[in-house]
Write a protein that binds this ligand. Structure first.
Ligand SMILES: [Zn+2]
Length: 556
């Protein structure tokens, strides 16, 4: 792509960014540019300077100027949004073979971390299917990994799900089903479908790779039953023995090469304490719990497709009813992280403040950011039941959220990066109170020079006598409106902070510009607002009152 064309794209995205967020941010413009023109990535060295200067320029314009210039691109953006909306309204949410009134599905989080936007997609689809098929949606805590799981995460899931407005038809925990799973294990051993293997983890891995069975695979059923009783009788150390599925060590689908069904772990469990040390794997536990709890339909992310064969083979081996599996793609947000390990690292490095840092996409973070639950659910349903991979953007979620918030948002004026104006003779105007000061936006102040006449909107006219770095000196002219630029202002100053949030990652790396704090003054009392409420600041866009303590507003 030519340099001229790239520059035009940069300008277009900077204008859009400034319109949406009040100010354009380099990081956001760069991600948009790369999304529109992947070749730009390789030329970022030369383009970075252009981005910087264009963003600076656009941020120097006032809202009216930005709107005017953006108007030539508005149709293009509107069409793209409409297309997206049409695509999503056409989604077919039917599942072949599913029947009204005989539909049961479940939402299966592992309480090993906080709920994030990725969980919202299966949840939203399951909730929708429950309604379509007049069925049930169960909450299933998949909690058989003692080392990962905590009650704290169970509680957080409950709180987030409640906030999202999801009411379940029932709830159960995998770990409450161990006695039943032990019985099924014994049944499988009795049928020759499982055996106790005493090989090291490394040996098992090598055998799987080479496709060869170990000596334990040939053990008799009675020998296996005896070893299984030893496992349950606490005769082994951690990983000293595993129960494996007796399948095919040469299977094309390598997940079928005698996978582990149970292993030994003595770590205390948040719910079961030290009652158990023989723990089932996901591959054994999930199909059996689904089948015995009456689940008819399972939604799984397509990364698990290779495991579908195993899911059904376990049920076949035990003669249990098989639920239907529908594969869906994962919902990913570009420029962000959902993986626990990555989030923990950012927290440990002090780059984000915690799991609810408003730049993250955990549900707690999105709630703090001011995203409505309806916006999350609408966004999560956006790609329907599809297997095609797509990376969604935070912008899409924010656009839905702004549409939902727009009507209820209070409209207020605020001065950003306030510049004081000292007006000689202002006391001639009865509305002016000298002790409260008079402030205008830094962006407005930049445009003035000595000798200019301006009208302070709704008040009186002044002549600029001098523009200094941190203040403007002026003289009162008159009160009656004159033909001069109208400049918004406030008197009185309650300081507040505008926190502008940009993408967490740019080009896969932490964006040190992902949070920007701008000083603001209000002429009204922030205390009169409710924490969490949305407000539209003239010329700046939508914000949410994050904290009354710090008077901080987050960009929406
Ligand atoms: Zn073995």
């Amino acid at each position: 792509m030519s340099v001229a064309r790239s520059s035009e794209l940069i300008r277009k995205f900077a204008l859009k960014n400034a319109l949406d967020y009040g100010k354009a941010q380099e990081g956001a413009v760069i991600s948009k540019l790369i999304a529109a023109d992947p070749s730009a990535k390789a030329r970022m060295g030369e383009l970075a300077a252009t981005v910087k200067s264009v963003v600076l320029e656009v941020n120097g314009l006032d809202r009216a100027q930005i709107e005017r210039e953006f108007s030539r691109y508005a149709a293009e953006f509107r069409e793209a949004e409409q297309e997206k909306a049409e695509r999503s309204s056409k989604h077919d949410f039917s599942i072949e073979g599913a029947e009204k009134g005989r539909f049961v599905t479940r939402f299966p989080p592992e309480p090993g971390g906080y709920m994030h936007i990725g969980h919202a997609k299966p949840l939203a689809i399951e909730d929708k299917l429950r309604r379509i098929y007049e069925g049930k949606l169960m909450l299933y805590f998949d909690d058989t990994n003692a080392e990962n799981e905590k009650q704290e995460f169970v509680d957080a899931f409950h709180a987030d799900l409640k906030w999202l407005g999801i009411v379940f038809d029932g709830e159960y925990h995998a770990s409450d089903n161990l006695p039943m799973l032990y019985e099924y294990a014994e049944k499988a051993i009795g049928k020759g479908a499982a055996y106790v293997c005493l090989c090291s983890g490394e040996k098992i891995k090598e055998d799987r790779a080479s496709g060869s069975g170990c000596v334990h695979k040939a053990h008799s059923i009675s020998r296996n039953i005896a070893l299984w009783k030893e496992m349950l009788g606490n005769k082994f150390e951690d990983n000293g023995a595993v129960l494996r599925f007796n399948s095919n060590m040469q299977a094309q689908n390598t997940t079928m090469r005698d996978p582990t069904l149970f292993r030994i772990k003595h770590a205390p469990h948040y719910r079961q304490g030290s009652r158990y040390w023989v723990w089932p794997t996901y591959d054994f536990c999930t199909p059996i719990v689904d089948s015995t709890k009456g689940v008819t339909d399972v939604l799984r992310s397509k990364e698990y497709e290779l495991r579908d064969e195993l899911y059904f083979a376990v049920l076949d081996a035990l003669g249990l009813r098989k639920p239907r599996i529908t594969s869906i793609s994962r919902l990913e947000i570009g420029g962000n992280v959902t993986h626990k390990r990555e989030v923990r690292k950012l927290i440990a490095e002090g780059k984000v403040s915690g799991w609810d840092d408003p730049r993250l996409v955990t549900i707690a973070a999105l709630r703090r950011r001011g995203i409505l639950p309806q916006a999350i659910m609408e966004f999560a349903l956006g790609s329907g039941i599809s297997k095609s991979e797509s990376v969604s953007s935070m912008d899409q979620l924010l656009a839905i959220n702004r549409r939902l918030l727009e009507k209820g948002a209070l409209r207020l004026f605020i001065v950003a990066e306030p510049v004081p104006v000292e007006v000689e003779g202002a006391d001639k105007n009865p509305n002016y109170k000298a002790d409260r000061g008079l402030f205008i936006n830094a962006t407005d102040a930049k445009g003035f020079s000595k000798g200019d006449s301006i009208r302070l909107r709704g008040a009186f006219n002044i002549r600029i006598d001098g523009v200094q770095k941190d203040k403007i000196r002026a003289t009162y002219i008159s009160s009656e409106p004159i033909d001069a630029p109208r400049v918004p202002w406030i008197s009185g100053k309650q300081s507040c902070e505008l926190v502008q949030i940009g993408p967490l990652l740019v080009d896969g790396r932490f964006n040190s510009d992902s949070i920007r704090r701008i000083k603001g003054y209000t002429g009204w009392d922030v205390n009169e607002m409710e924490e969490g409420s949305a407000v539209r600041f003239e010329g700046l866009g939508l914000y949410k009152l994050d904290s009354k303590q710090t008077f901080a507003f987050l960009s929406l």
